[in-house]
Design a protein around this ligand. Sequence first.
Ligand SMILES: [Zn+2]
Length: 446
Amino acid sequence: MTTTQELRQAVHEHMPISISVLKQLVSIPSVAMEGYPRKQVVEAANFVEAQLHTAGFQQVRQLAIPNGSPAIYGEIPAPPGAPTILLYAHYDVQPPGSLHEWNSLPFEPTVRDGRLYGRGAADDKSGIVAHLATIQAFHGHPPVGIKIVIEGDEEFKSSLPSYIPEHPDLFRADVVIICDHGSIVVGEPTLTTTLRGSASLTVEVRTLKDQQHNGVFGGPVPDALITLCRIIATLHDEHGNVQVPGLDPSDWQGAQIPEDAFRRAASLLPDVDLIGDRALSAQVWAGYAINVIGLDAPAIAGAANSLIDMARARINLRVPPDQNAERALELLTQHLQSVTPWHANIAISHSPANNGFVAKTDGPAHAAARQALQEAYQRETQIIGDGASIPLTNVLKEQFPEAEILIWGAEDLAARIHGPNESVDLEELERIILAQCLFFEKLAQQ
Ligand SMILES: [Zn+2]
């Protein structure tokens, strides 16, 4: 058994190496989306594979994921009687976006005020480094069995969830740690126990067979875009609450989100109101959200004086963790049909919906995780949710119903994942590594 003090020291002494590995990883622009060079994705995959070897993993290899980037896999056999933990992170990153919004170049990792800046520094190359450092704190011999999978296209389409049911033995474990998340505020240990579901539909409105002169016909003839706007305007009440019949929010019992940190992280303009009557945490972790994420209508440049015959909107629906996303999409569809004015023609098409996730919180791993976080951060562990979804969690839950799934990481709310100037707080990274080490010890002792 390794003592807390020994682990604390081992993790701390290893930090310069962890930071160096993180910098090398961030330097590789591993964007796995179409239109970006494959070479760099391959480079990142090879780099991660070599790092797993160095950390002491066995059976290290690249899994050929159909229609996806390779996932890197490794194992460390469990000592007799010890449980097995599956560690997850991903090496692909979001595109950097417009470079002029970055204070330092996205793929030139730079440390300022204790934070390492760069695309993927937090999401989710910090997760990879956390896993490596955790194993290295035990010199490659942790007190539990380990399986590790580092995915290569989480940000694009995530092909891993369809691969797992075909190869269940590779991923079977007592506990899964998804290190791709983090605290609301740096230094506050948090465990994420719920994720919202997500569903989208496209609504197409037609009022005319083709575009007509709006001087000649405008007035009595409704154009499709005005009609679509009237439909969209029914989705919220004047306070910004979702008002679609049947879409009733769930309750939230965990931690609260501080408003100023939330406003800052959301980059909300100073005078703009937050909408909705419920508390922030209840809204983003247990409520519905409806947003228009795309619109097809003539562009302003070249707009003719005509009545628009057809307009389309893509609407995304976020669904409370414990509610059925397909059913919610059906209720939204019925609502859109029922509020369509003037007998306009509408056609609605759905994309596949994914349900939210509710973690098991009555098992031994949850209790050990709370304790490990508490000891590593020396503060009481908070329970939070996430408004976004991780499709992998549902596949794992379905495939291995007994396994406990833990979601945490070094991606605090100020990490600006997916945005410009993404960063990770390096002390937070050290704390989450220590928490993982302490968790391994606690689980092994049970
Ligand atoms: Zn991520």
